[in-house]
Design a protein around this ligand. Structure first.
Ligand SMILES: [Zn+2]
Length: 52
């Protein structure tokens, strides 16, 4: 089992760190929609993921 932490950072500076990619995707999608009125796909968010 791997417990690599992943991080996604929004262009506004908001960032999420978790070992659960699904959780990161949900949080970033909610953030992008709520804060920026921008719909992001799972693929978009996965493209932002980096090792944390
Ligand atoms: Zn943002």
């Amino acid at each position: 089992m791997s417990s690599e932490m992943k991080q996604a950072t929004c262009s506004c500076g908001f960032s999420v760190v978790s070992d659960d990619e699904t959780e990161i995707v949900e949080i970033i999608q909610n953030h992008a929609d709520g804060k920026h009125g921008k719909a992001m796909t799972v693929k978009d968010v996965r493209g932002m993921l980096k090792e944390a």
